[in-house]
Design a binder for this molecule. Structure first.
Ligand SMILES: C[S@@+](CC[C@H](N)C(=O)[O-])C[C@H]1O[C@@H](n2cnc3c(N)ncnc32)[C@H](O)[C@@H]1O
Length: 202
């Protein structure tokens, strides 16, 4: 049986994890950890959209031995309090990168994570076709953005590997439309988390 969330080695617990700022709930984290823990040794996972590392920590904690997580984000995302003016871009990027590093350190998973500060479209060129065991799509949520990410990154998934897309719910119609247009069969592994397993080659 898969160990429960963040009970995996190197993870100091759920309570601490919930304090990481971000957009990934415990049900999503559990489902994702179960999938990731079942990947082969040395698995290569790419996450599109990391923010301050909430999903990244959950994924990195569950990686099998020798596994690596590539975190792709331009890090310009910010959560503003009502009425708060948006800080300068460089400040936002620095805050996000600093918070991500601190969160990865706190959970002892920094050595398993490679941070790529880039647009998803630009980072795709750094990966060979069929070189990834799992791609997790959680960057831009508008239709054109998701459509582009799915088109750019699905070819990077190896046969037998996984494509997982977050926020595949009516609240994000662009995500739903882009996923539906792939015509790939998939299942919901959590209420918001759609997953497709790429068929093995015949
Ligand atoms: C929904 S948040 C990711 C949440 C994260 N997975 C978590 O667990 O909290 C989306 C992230 O994608 C990033 N993003 C949006 N569009 C992007 C793009 N085209 N290239 C790179 N990063 C992008 C934003 O900066 C933001 O941090």
């Amino acid at each position: 049986m898969t160990p429960p969330l963040l009970d995996l080695p190197g993870c100091p617990g759920l309570k601490r994890w919930t304090r990481i700022k971000g957009y990934f709930d415990a049900a999503e984290a559990l489902a994702m950890q179960e999938l990731v823990a079942g990947l082969p040794q040395g698995a290569r996972v790419a996450e599109l959209g990391t923010f301050q590392g909430r999903s990244a920590v959950a994924i990195a904690c569950a990686l099998p031995p020798g596994g690596v997580l590539f975190c792709v984000d331009h890090f310009v995302n910010t959560v503003l309090a009502p009425g708060q003016a948006k800080p300068p871009l460089e400040q936002v990027v620095k805050e996000n990168l600093d918070a991500l590093a601190a969160n990865l350190d706190a959970f002892g998973v920094r050595s398993r994570v490679t941070v790529l500060k880039a647009r998803t479209r630009d980072a795709a060129g750094r990966f060979a076709p069929e070189s990834l065991d799992l791609v997790f799509v959680d960057a831009g949520h508008q239709y054109e953005e998701v459509k582009a990410d799915l088109a750019d990154w699905y070819p990077k998934v190896r046969p037998g590997g996984w494509l997982v897309c977050d926020d595949c719910t009516p609240e994000w119609p662009g995500v739903v439309q882009a996923v539906q247009e792939t015509r790939l069969p998939g299942d919901f592994i959590a209420p918001t988390l759609w997953a497709h397993r790429k068929p093995q080659k015949a």
